[in-house]
Design a protein around this ligand. Structure first.
Ligand code: C2E
Ligand code: MG
Ligand code: MG
Ligand code: MG
Length: 264
């Protein structure tokens, strides 16, 4: 059998490190919840979850890795956060495997006092090995327990408009590529406008990822994007960080001072 020592070590090793990144409502700076982001062993080739998941995909072990991440995240989140919403990343294959046998995880969540209604499952951009209908049925089974759904990285990879219209997610996360230098690229601005309209029409909440500068934040607010996350607002960290000193960022935009004739 094919094997990858770094991946084997992670899968055999118990829990993974979990970081939490805050997500805010952009209109008033209120905390919406935290996205959980896992890390492989520090300093290893698979410290980045992208490396880890790429290997798991290559060796056909996505669902196994997803279950380990999910269990690590649920334990860490329940221990560190009292009542906010958890945004939990899952590949489509991981989601389908979970949905087929949800009870053990639901029982553990009940022990942790973490209700499914507090958990939004972020469907990451990996292509599922099954078809749309099977994926949809798996999601509906988890929804019936109270979980909500986010489409991650809309506009990138597998996150597409067909998924949006078929799965009717409660949240859509706009890939970070679209926030990046938004104010310098008029076409991106048009894409974001269209996403805001689609979100309104489908009653989904739009979350912008990767907000790094005040320019990007202000423009996203002005375009009507409801929620956002990014290094400007809060980096992924072991302990939950709330807006704190960053809350000034959410003050409404100052109008430019009118130029008074003769004042210059
Ligand atoms: P993602 O879910 O799209 O997560 C967003 C990524 O953007 C994270 O990278 C985060 O650290 C990074 N990020 C956050 N704010 C900013 C910003 O302002 N600028 C930039 N440039 N990047 C920002 P990370 O932590 O390396 O995670 C990468 C991917 O790994 C995630 O993308 C997700 O697809 C996957 N992943 C992470 N944790 C899990 C997990 O528990 N389960 C699953 N299935 N996938 C996970
Ligand atoms: Mg995500
Ligand atoms: Mg994302
Ligand atoms: Mg991503």
């Amino acid at each position: 059998m094919l094997c990858c020592p770094e991946l084997d070590a992670v899968l055999a090793g118990g829990r993974l490190d979990v970081l939490l990144q805050p997500i805010f409502t952009l209109g008033n700076g209120r905390l919406l919840g935290y996205e959980a982001l896992v890390r492989g062993p520090r300093g290893s080739l698979v410290e980045s979850p992208l490396e880890l998941f790429a290997r798991a995909a290559h060796y056909g072990r996505l669902a196994e890795l997803d279950a380990l991440c999910r269990d690590s995240v649920l334990e860490a989140f329940a221990a560190r956060v009292d009542d906010a919403t958890l945004f939990l990343n899952m590949t489509p294959d991981g989601l389908m495997a979970w949905s087929a046998n949800a009870e053990p995880v639901l029982a553990r969540m009940a022990e942790l006092a973490l209700q499914p209604a507090r958990v939004v499952i972020e469907l990451t951009e990996f292509r599922p090995s099954a078809g749309y209908q099977e994926l949809k049925a798996a999601i509906e089974r988890l929804r019936a327990h109270g979980f909500r759904l986010a489409l991650d990285d809309m506009g990138e990879g597998f996150s597409n408009l067909r998924l949006w219209s078929e799965l009717k997610p409660e949240f859509v996360k706009l890939d970070k590529h679209f926030a990046y230098r938004l104010h310098q690229e008029p076409f991106k601005e048009q894409v974001v406008r269209s996403m805001v309209e689609l979100a309104r029409a489908s009653r989904a909440q739009l979350i912008a990822e990767g907000i790094e500068t005040l320019h990007e934040l202000r423009l996203l607010q002005r375009l009507g994007v409801g929620c956002g996350q990014g290094y400007l607002l809060g980096r992924p960290a072991p302990q939950p960080q709330e807006a704190g000193e960053g809350s000034m960022l959410f003050m409404p935009q100052q109008e430019e001072a009118p130029v008074v004739a003769g004042a210059l």
